[in-house]
Write a protein that binds this ligand. Structure first.
Ligand code: OGA
Ligand code: MN
Length: 287
């Protein structure tokens, strides 16, 4: 419990994360409480689980905006009508059409790492959960970086990597949620280059910043060596000792830091509905 504030905090029994209880996000937080939430976010390696949030899309957006400007996802067909800041992460089909991105996050990734100023964090709110499955895992990439063998730290020192939305999208080309990108969409998600290790702008700590979802190659290495090194980093960063697996409860709002964590959707059997709303806060260019 943080002194002087009105919520309770429980650290999760895992490499990252804390649960926040007795905090109602449907009302604007006073500045002290908001500062305590931000501190808790940074101190718990960038993962907070706010339990039991009955909030409207407007309240979800309002709370998210206090962390920074919101990003609009390139798959416009999956934005909540009237609220382009909200992406529907949903397997629900209406009138034969998917209303949300039903296969979001099926590979370990950091949201929007393929943009020049990637996301600070995402806030995912559960509206309808399946009776089975649908968990989401999170990995702590500060801890993953710290635990790298010295020889690997040397190999990635000062290295930069390419991040590409298209690279990942094409792997799902048969998916009913992923029609071919238009030329406009492709132009919006041009490849970008980021450091392989970044300094978190708020904590000053080093974190790995590569992910299987969007990182296509390490620059200034022969192709085969880039592939081999990325494979080592991907396997290392998702070891069980760095991971928390979230079992969703009704009306959870989960807030993760895309600068020092990656996440993975485990998916659920097709016959169950799973419907969530995501907002995505913009961050800074990594350094
Ligand atoms: C996301 C995402 C995972 C999930 O919304 O960014 O990756 O389990 N979701 O829904
Ligand atoms: Mn995601």
């Amino acid at each position: 419990m943080t002194e002087g504030t009105v919520f309770r905090l429980h650290r999760l029994d895992a490499a990252l994360g804390a649960e926040i209880l007795d905090l109602d996000l449907s009302r604007p937080l006073d500045d002290d409480t908001f500062a305590a939430v931000r501190r808790a976010f940074l101190e718990n390696n960038g993962l907070l689980v706010f339990r039991a949030q009955s909030i409207t899309p407007e309240q979800h957006i309002e709370f998210s905006r206090r962390f920074g400007p919101l990003m609009i996802h390139v798959l416009r067909q999956y934005l909540l009508p009237g609220h382009p800041e909200t992406l529907r992460v949903s397997n629900v089909i209406e009138n034969g059409e998917p209303i949300g991105l039903g296969d979001a996050g099926a590979i370990w990734h950091s949201d929007l790492s393929y943009t020049p100023e990637p996301s600070l964090g995402s806030l995912l709110h559960a509206l309808e959960l399946p009776a089975e499955g649908g968990d989401t895992s999170f990995a702590n990439l500060y801890a993953a970086y710290d635990a790298l063998p010295a020889v690997i730290k040397q190999r990635i020192e000062g290295k930069r990597a390419m991040h590409s939305y298209n690279h990942s999208y094409e792997r799902f080309s048969g998916s009913k949620w992923r029609p071919p990108l238009t030329e406009n969409q492709k132009n919006e998600v041009r490849e970008v280059i980021h450091p392989v290790v970044r300094i978190h702008p708020e904590t000053g700590r080093k974190a790995l910043f590569v992910n299987e979802g969007f990182t296509s190659r390490i620059l200034d290495l022969p192709d085969a060596e880039s592939r081999e090194l990325l494979e080592v980093l991907f396997t290392h960063s998702t070891k069980a000792c760095f991971v928390y697996r979230h079992r969703w409860q009704d009306h959870d709002l989960v807030f993760w830091d895309n600068r020092c964590t990656i996440h993975l959707a485990h998916g659920c059997p097709e016959q169950f509905r799973r419907h969530l709303h995501r907002t995505t806060v913009k961050g800074d260019a990594p350094y």
